[in-house]
Design a protein around this ligand. Structure first.
Ligand SMILES: Nc1nc2c(c(=O)[nH]1)N[C@H]1C(S)=C(S)[C@@H](COP(=O)(O)O)O[C@H]1N2
Ligand SMILES: [Mo]
Length: 347
């Protein structure tokens, strides 16, 4: 039986845990503390030692990142949010919970309190029975099972109980969906372009500089599309005809290009994090200077089309190194120029 994954997620190679976002906490000295404030009956500051004296749990949790990688059954040890809140007491006004990091950009995220509790939110200091590595949020991070991983905060320093929601860092600045349920693919807030405008834009083949997040262009004839600098996060171009399309500098994170014809398309400088190029035709495409974290190229073997790249396809080494080893070797295998010893194509 295959392991169930939320839609459009892929497993990372076993043992490989990617880093996403900030890589280190803000400078600090002394013992790590966690402050619980807001609508608590008795707000207080816990030291890590005090936290570790509360009842602990050890749980296998599946991680699903919005950039499409998943990791199953990592075992986290920590204290449940519910245990912590039992100590401080929740005031009746508290409806939301905000998690704040000790990091340079004051990274934060929030959830409905009732959902955070129901999902079994954990404040974790160990993974697979080892101290949580600093790059992954050690000494303390929150883990929210059943939500995209951006709801789990590294270097957790503050838990605030709120009456009204306060959007988190990604949710407020980058259109990340506030609910973030991977089973419903709540990745990004949908574009507010109505269907009629979307149809007109598709007909005109001019998306230049527009905000068209999540636009549905499946199987469309869009040869030579002008989309320079467009915001096309989560857009769906599966099966579309896009030869010579101009996507320079566009934001295409999590866009889908499965099976698309992208011959000689220009992606120079585009954000392609989490983009899906499985079975696409990338012959002659320019992919230089792109951000590629979480992008995928190897797709569904059952699809009769296959990924096509050739020597005219341009990708720089920096970008290649943002791919997982599996994706990278797949791509390099596809690009291998014909052996100079053999003549032309094999018959
Ligand atoms: N403090 C902090 N927490 C954060 C982030 C961040 O940039 N800073 N990124 C979020 C995102 S988008 C993801 S996918 C996960 C990544 O955690 P990892 O680097 O341990 O894989 O942390 C989340 N929590
Ligand atoms: Mo993420």
């Amino acid at each position: 039986m295959s392991t169930p994954l939320p839609p459009n997620q892929q497993l990372v190679k076993s043992g490989h845990w990617p880093y996403v976002g900030e890589r280190e906490p803000a400078p600090h000295s002394g013992e790590w503390t966690l402050e619980v404030l807001g609508w608590a009956a008795a707000p207080r500051v816990f030291t890590l030692t005090q936290l570790q004296e509360l009842p602990q749990v050890r749980r296998a949790i599946d991680i699903h990142c919005v950039t499409r990688w998943s990791m199953l059954d990592r075992v986290f040890t920590g204290v449940l949010l519910s245990e912590l809140l039992a100590v401080v007491g929740v005031a009746p006004n508290a409806r939301f919970v905000s998690f704040g990091a000790h990091s340079l950009r004051q990274h934060a995220t929030s959830l409905f309190l009732a959902e955070a509790l129901e999902l079994g939110t954990l404040l974790a200091w160990e993974v697979d029975d080892q101290p949580l590595p600093r790059d992954h949020g050690g000494p303390l991070r929150s883990i929210v099972p059943g939500r995209y991983f951006y709801k789990s905060i590294k270097w957790l320093r503050r838990i605030e109980l709120l009456e009204r929601n306060r959007l988190g860092f990604w949710e407020a600045t980058a259109g990340y969906h506030d609910h973030a349920d991977p089973w419903r693919e709540e990745r990004y807030v949908a574009s507010d372009v109505d269907r009629r405008l979307a149809r007109q834009l598709i007909e005109s083949r001019d998306f230049t500089g527009r905000d068209l997040r999540g636009i549905d262009c499946r199987d469309r004839q869009l040869e030579g599309l002008a989309a320079h600098g467009a915001l096309l996060r989560n857009a769906d171009f599966a099966g579309a005809e896009l030869p010579r399309a101009d996507f320079r500098g566009a934001n295409l994170s999590n866009a889908r290009f499965a099976g698309a014809d992208l011959r000689q398309a220009n992606f120079a400088g585009a954000d392609l994090e989490g983009a899906d190029f499985s079975n696409a035709d990338l012959r002659g495409a320019d992919l230089r200077g792109c951000s590629f974290f979480g992008a995928s190229f190897c797709g569904n073997a059952a699809d009769s089309r296959q990924l096509l790249v050739d020597r005219a396809t341009q990708i720089d080494d920096d970008s290649l190194h943002q791919l997982t080893p599996g994706q990278r070797s797949f791509l390099q295998k596809c690009r291998t120029p014909p052996d100079p010893g053999t003549r032309g194509e094999s018959s």
